[in-house]
Design a protein around this ligand. Structure first.
Ligand code: DGT
Ligand code: CA
Ligand code: CA
Ligand code: ZN
Length: 569
């Protein structure tokens, strides 16, 4: 039992990990990592050094597979799962649900009515998400698997496809595409899928053959692998990246040109119809295009379309006219305008936050701690705020090459008024106004509330405008057209909050903001220096919205950004 707990914990830790675990084993730094005890360390070291772990193999055969996906239930940890298994014989989420409904968890030590209710809520929440996982949970697992696929003998190249390549905020399953040298026989594909199906994190093989394999990992994630001859890599990557809607559109256009598009390539219809075809093999017919995605888009009469745009939201029409937006890139970001320090609920000092921003090459940083209503987040009284502002300005004098804005994340109260008087707000360089509470208002109230905040003289950005949390909270039901029309006129920017699980505005609403002429601001809402790294997530939302660098105020040089802020007042 102890081993089962250790194994689950390590699985969760490895899933969350952003460091290269192989390096950590090599240089010995794994010994100092929090949360990895001696037992777990041995398992990881075995696995990294030998590609297998006797402990893992043994454990996989002794733990019921259904226990591991139970780790996904919010408010349920490995100890409780183990307790339910040992004391009540529960080996899956379905059995747990049944046990709760039938009152069979009563009497277990440390499992009161409140705990049972929160587990019940957790199961419901997970079901509502339809089994789709958050992008951030999936990225490290997928990256690790991709690295392993690339190392399988016989694999020439491999990429992630599907919704993950499109940076969708939730992921149904992970799709990985691998290619073999064109000269390899199909049986080589069988060896690749065999190796894939026996990766250490695989707990169940759903299917396995010469051209594909499908597995379930310990983190409850389904991963599909496709294997194609390298000559067809571009076509397969295009096909398996999707979206389905985007592909349906392209197939229609191909047909109009007397062509047919599938996972193997773009073919002349008459050639394709005559050609010999076997399942799992490319048709015996020369392709019009198949090697690269660019070849395929070009042969269809359009420019290359970035994966983030492939949702059939007008990108195909723009590509035909060669009018696709030049999408913003994370390297173009020069400012983070929503960050917290120890003054409220952040973990770092003003100095540490400035130094982290400098290390990223930023030329502007806004420090925006919480306002007084955010009692739980240690929000600042007016008096503390003014002292903090003076301190930020004093500290900032020690640094060159960065403009530090002494700001605040001011709560938008339930009626749309702000959390301090104007006389206090006038003392600040910059203001993010955000809704944090009363997020279940009706649409009319919610819209009026945000309209009032936009109109406020001192507001520069509306932070996480809806307050939604992915897979957890719907957020304010706002009439976005009204909001965006006002914001565009006044010069208030709308935030894409890059912090997980916010991503607020989402891709669709950010696109609406751009169409109304509103400027976007992508900010991490960092509460510690490592969180600055979440910027790329926010940029992915902006890219899915079709944003260019000039649409996002964080790309402005310090002086231009200061001007944008000054114009508002
Ligand atoms: P997901 O997994 O729900 O987050 O979303 P996707 O887009 O990754 O969907 P998935 O994994 O079912 O399939 C990956 C891509 O492969 C999908 O975007 C388009 C392509 N694809 C898969 N199956 C079909 C199909 O039956 N018809 C068409 N047109 N495309 C398909
Ligand atoms: Ca998928
Ligand atoms: Ca799939
Ligand atoms: Zn906030």
């Amino acid at each position: 039992m102890f081993k089962a707990i250790a194994f689950s914990k390590v699985g969760r830790l490895l899933g969350d990990m952003t460091v290269d675990i192989r390096k950590a084993v090599e240089d010995g730094s794994i010994a100092t990592m929090a949360g990895i005890g001696k037992t777990s360390r041995t398992i990881i070291e075995d696995y990294v050094r030998t590609g297998a772990s006797a402990d893992i193999e043994e454990l996989k055969s002794t733990i019921p597979a259904g226990l591991i996906p139970m780790m996904q239930i919010p408010s349920l940890g490995p100890k409780t799962i183990a307790l339910f298994w040992k004391e009540r014989g529960i080996t899956s989420t379905e059995e747990l649900k049944k046990a709760i409904d039938e009152g069979k968890l009563a009497g277990l030590k440390g499992v009161g009515a409140k705990k049972i209710q929160s587990i019940k809520d957790g199961i419901a929440l997970l079901a509502a998400a339809g089994g789709r996982k958050g992008l951030v949970e999936v990225i490290p697992v997928a990256h690790d698997l991709l690295t392993q696929v690339r190392a399988i003998p016989g694999v020439l190249r491999a990429e992630v496809a599907g919704s993950l390549r499109r940076w969708k905020e939730t992921i149904g399953d992970v799709d990985i595409l691998a290619s073999l040298k064109n000269s390899e026989p199909a049986s080589a594909g069988g060896k690749v899928s065999e190796a894939f199906a026996h990766f250490p994190e695989v707990i169940k093989i759903l299917g396995q053959g010469e051209t594909k394999a499908s597995v379930l990992t310990a983190s409850g994630l389904q991963v599909d692998l496709r294997i194609v001859p390298d000559e067809h890599f571009g076509a397969a990557l295009q096909y398996f990246t999707g979206s389905k809607e985007h592909n349906v559109k392209l197939r229609g256009l191909a047909q109009d040109k007397g062509l047919t598009l599938n996972e193997w390539g773009l073919y002349k219809l008459e050639d394709y119809d005559k050609a010999k075809k076997e399942t799992g093999k490319p048709p015996a017919s020369p392709a019009v295009a198949s090697k690269t995605e660019t070849d395929i888009y070009r042969a269809l009469g359009m420019e290359y379309i970035e994966p983030e745009l492939r949702e059939d939201r007008g990108e195909v029409e723009l590509a035909q006219k060669h009018e696709l937006p030049d999408l913003i890139q994370v390297e173009q970001i020069k400012a983070d305008l929503h960050t917290h320090t120890r003054a409220s609920d952040g973990q770092n000092t003003i100095e540490e936050m400035i130094e982290a921003a400098l290390a990223l090459g930023y030329t502007t940083l806004a420090i925006t701690d919480h306002s007084k209503s955010q009692v739980i987040a240690n929000g600042l009284s007016a008096e503390r705020l003014l002292k903090h502002v003076a301190q930020i300005r004093k500290v900032a004098e020690q640094y060159e090459g960065i403009r530090v804005l002494a700001g605040c994340e001011v709560d938008i109260l339930v009626d749309g008024s702000l959390d301090y008087e104007d006389a206090i707000l006038a003392e600040l360089d910059f203001i993010v106004a955000s809704p944090h509470v009363s997020l279940k208002q009706d649409s009319a109230k919610a819209t009026d509330r945000l309209l009032r905040a936009i109109e406020h003289r001192y507001v520069n950005i509306i932070g996480h405008p809806t307050g939604r949390l992915i897979n957890a909270r719907a957020g304010l039901p706002v009439e976005f057209e009204k909001l965006f029309a006002l914001a565009a006129g006044i010069g208030v920017a709308m935030e894409i909050n890059a912090g997980w699980p916010r991503l607020d505005l989402n891709d669709v609403n950010a696109r609406g903001a751009l169409q109304a002429g509103v400027k976007l601001s992508i900010n991490t809402d960092a509460h510690s220096t490592p969180e600055f790294a979440q910027m790329s997530l926010g940029v992915s939302v902006a890219r899915r919205a079709g944003a260019r660098s000039q649409d996002v105020i964080n790309t402005l040089a310090a002086r231009d950004l200061a001007e944008f802020i000054a114009r508002k007042r």
